[in-house]
Design a protein around this ligand. Structure first.
Ligand code: GCO
Ligand code: MG
Length: 402
């Protein structure tokens, strides 16, 4: 079953998405997400110039061999651009394999390990009073887990807080906008927020919080300790993860669980964190971590060390990524949680899909393959628009992680 076409489709139904569509000589097609927020055209060009020509004529059934060909054959290994491109090919080939077999992809991964995929939503608002209303909204929709982000007194904008509550998207300007940050103000405000949320919603609701790579290990340790009375399910990305041994310091001081990995691209990015049991949830995703084939490998490694999955699922990952993630989530033994930010109706129309939300769970499609597609005609009506993620500075002007 030879590959006859590999097409890169860039579309912007409210935000940019890059999709790879692979077609075989039998007319079977598969799709893969290749979206890298704020750097979309780098991956599109990598695919068009360097990957698509090499795919033509290859056997679509050889998923593992194609993965190894693109990984080892690139010489310049790893990195978000390369791994998102490999992920798109891998995902599309799994889609094709499922369609040929007449089975949803999760069946090819070993079948169901659970009835539904528990997801968490994003409650965010400037003030504590307003965020309580947002948490209630998610609880009313049936969510069992909610991520809570609020504004920080004294800062104009804060990561994770947006005007549009359901469809948060930070990449909003062609040239990156600038935010400011104060660790002191942040550390002073967060514990009070969670005290109020717990008081209002009781112990049953899972609560999460994203630190977005902004603290040092000892600051993160203080945050984790101060949140212990409120029993969070996790704090996410407490520090940038380049220095993985830094997490030992956090671990020595707090029992608040830690989730890391949305910017990871391979198993090598989390190997030490997992092996030393420095984290509790691994947040790598299908699109940025080499596709279903490689993410499965990461999840299996994690399972050996009591680390559960908690995949990234922001709106900058397309419904193609979400569909693929759900097949893995329902199948792997060490699933933890799946992030689920809703896509806009425009995006859902461009990517018709069979997965569905019900009572706090997402359910993968039962159609053969991934159960997601791209409406190419509709996609063509939304041309690419440059959009960059913000950058971040301390109050004195020093650059800081966003
Ligand atoms: C999350 C993430 C996102 C990122 C976004 C960047 O936990 O959902 O931190 O909101 O900021 O994916 O493109
Ligand atoms: Mg995050």
């Amino acid at each position: 079953m030879r590959i006859t076409d590999a097409k890169v489709i860039v579309t912007c139904p409210g935000r940019n998405f890059v999709t790879l569509k692979i077609v075989t000589e039998d007319g079977v097609s598969g799709v893969g997400d290749a979206t890298l927020n704020g750097r979309e055209l780098a991956v599109a060009s990598y695919l068009t110039e360097h990957v698509a020509p090499a795919l033509i004529g290859r056997d679509a059934a050889r998923i593992e061999d194609t993965w190894q060909y693109l990984y080892k054959g690139a010489y310049w290994r790893r990195g978000p651009v390369t791994m998102s491109a490999i992920a798109a090919v891998d995902t599309a080939l799994w889609d094709i394999k499922g369609k040929v077999a007449g089975l949803p992809v999760y069946q090819l991964l070993g079948g169901r390990s659970r009835e539904g995929v528990t997801v968490y939503g994003h409650a965010n608002a400037d003030t504590v009073d307003d965020v309580l209303v947002e948490v209630a909204r998610y609880a009313d929709l049936g969510y069992k887990a909610v991520r809570v982000q609020t504004g920080v007194p004294g800062l104009d904008t804060t990561y994770g807080v947006s005007g549009d509550k359901l469809f948060y998207e930070p990449a909003d300007a062609a040239i990156a906008s600038e935010a400011t940050w104060s660790t002191e103000a942040y550390l002073n405000s967060v514990p009070g927020v969670f005290a109020r949320v717990r008081e209002e919603f009781g112990p049953g609701l899972k609560l999460l919080h994203d630190v977005h790579h902004r603290l040092t290990p000892i600051e993160a340790a203080r945050l984790g300790k101060s949140l212990e009375p409120h029993a969070l399910t996790w704090i996410e990305d407490p520090v940038p993860a380049e220095l993985q041994e830094g997490f030992r310091l956090i671990r020595q001081h707090t029992t608040t669980p830690i989730a890391v990995g949305e910017v990871f691209n391979t198993i090598w990015d989390c190997e030490q964190l997992v092996r030393e049991q420095l984290i509790d949830y691994i947040r790598a995703t299908v699109v940025h971590a080499g596709g279903i084939t490689h993410l499965r490998r990461i999840f299996d490694l994690a399972g050996l060390y009591h680390v559960r999955t908690g995949s990234h699922g922001a709106t900058d990952l397309s419904p193609v990524c979400m569909a693929a993630a759900l097949h893995l989530d329902i199948a792997v033994p060490n699933f933890g949680l799946q992030e689920y930010m809703r896509h806009t109706p425009e995006t859902d129309a461009v990517f018709p899909h069979g997965y569905r939300f019900e009572d706090g769970y997402l359910h993968p499609s039962e159609e053969p393959g991934l159960g997601v597609d791209i409406d190419e005609e509709l996609a063509a009506q939304y041309p690419y628009r440059p959009a960059a993620l913000p950058v971040n500075r301390l109050l004195d002007g020093t650059m800081h992680s966003w």
